[in-house]
Design a protein around this ligand. Structure first.
Ligand code: HAH
Length: 346
């Protein structure tokens, strides 16, 4: 392949990612309210036509106490999206992580019953979805409910332990009641792993057959320069799409390290400089990914990056805290990387 950065001298510099992809799908980005000021805001406006709150709409941050919602950070992001004519995806209504302490317990500190938990879920979903009705066009309703272990099915989260499988269908029903026009997604990672893909498929198929209001599957897309292959991703896109569901890539980033899914301490051999070899592999991987996405544009209704630039990404602290990562298309100075030119030349 010719050096994609050569494109730099030939393409219209005013165009951003979203413009190169206008005939394909919206290009989104996960943001914090801080990213909506200064140079990052300019970068976001130039390149993206959809936004997601990285954290601000998760249950812990937005609903810290039973009778108190913390709307401000989420509202700031929603206003930014509106002011700039961008679409907005909601993330996320029901997850095993980043929940407030009060959610699963009563005043005495005992675990609550299924009845009470489903009431809380309904109240939470109704309140949040209603507030952003008409603005948020798609919601990640349930995030990561499926277990990573091939011998298990659903993750043994507090949701599952208290309610059993039913909480999943209920979450979709509550969201649909609150905003019948919103597109409702089941969202998960490692969707290209054969075992996990099959388990997610079984779950989603069951929901579709039971006429639960689910409209799409989100493939998070936390990938790496080493994996997955194009065949694995195509298989996932085609399999979920065949259920009549929209498919979105909801949390895209391409780590420069092999994938690991559990937290661990940094080791002396965890060198974290961005090498030329990583750069080269990242160009190839990003080009491959976007080719697959373009080839499946009939199935794919959105591609969202998880963070703006290498200046800051959640992968700087996960799974290895303190190990710098370089997973995005813009570098630490917010300049397009070689992989960027690779993605926009096709
Ligand atoms: C995602 N989990 C979450 O959906 C998102 O809300 C968060 O901000 C970052 C990542 C991904 C994940 C993983 O790749 C491996 C293990 C657990 C979770």
């Amino acid at each position: 392949m010719a050096d994609p950065s050569l494109a730099q001298s030939t393409v219209d510099q005013k165009k951003g990612l979203k413009d190169f992809y206008q005939n394909y799908f919206p290009i989104g980005v996960a943001v914090s309210p801080q990213a909506l000021k200064g140079p990052e805001a300019e970068l976001i406006k130039k390149h993206f036509n959809s936004v997601t709150a990285e954290n601000a709409m998760k249950t812990g941050p937005i609903h810290p106490e039973e009778n108190r919602y913390n709307w401000e950070p989420a509202d700031l992001i929603v206003s930014f999206a509106k002011a700039n004519g961008m679409k907005m995806r909601g993330h996320t209504l029901c997850w095993h992580n980043q929940n407030p302490n009060w959610l699963f317990r009563n005043a005495k500190g005992d675990t609550i019953t299924k009845d009470v938990l489903l009431k809380r879920l309904k109240e939470h979903i109704t309140t949040v979805v209603t507030r952003y009705k008409g603005t948020i066009y798609a919601w990640d309703v349930v995030n990561e409910a499926v277990d990573d272990n091939n011998n298990k099915f659903l993750r043994e989260s507090a949701w599952y332990k208290i309610c059993g499988e039913e909480y999943i269908a209920k979450a979709f029903e509550y969201a649909h009641e609150a905003d019948p026009n919103a597109k409702l997604f089941y969202n998960d990672y490692a969707t290209e792993d054969p075992g996990k893909r099959e388990r997610i498929y079984q779950l989603v198929k069951k929901l579709v057959e039971a006429k639960v209001p689910i409209h799409g599957v989100g493939l998070q897309g936390h990938w790496s320069i080493y994996e997955p292959t194009d065949e694995a991703i195509e298989k996932s896109i085609e399999k979920f799409s065949a259920l009549g569901l929209d498919v979105q890539i909801t949390e895209l980033d391409v780590s420069v390290y092999p994938l690991e899914h559990s937290r661990r301490e940094r080791r002396p051999d965890d060198i974290d400089t961005f090498t030329t070899a990583m750069d080269e592999k990242q160009i190839t991987q990003y080009r491959m990914l976007f080719k697959v996405f373009r080839d499946h544009k009939e199935a794919i209704t959105g591609v969202t990056f998880w963070n703006v630039s290498d200046k800051h990404s959640w992968l700087d602290s996960f799974p290895v805290s303190g190990r710098k990562n370089y997973p995005l298309l813009f570098d630490q100075q917010l300049q397009p990387k070689k992989a960027y030119w690779g993605v926009i030349t096709f």
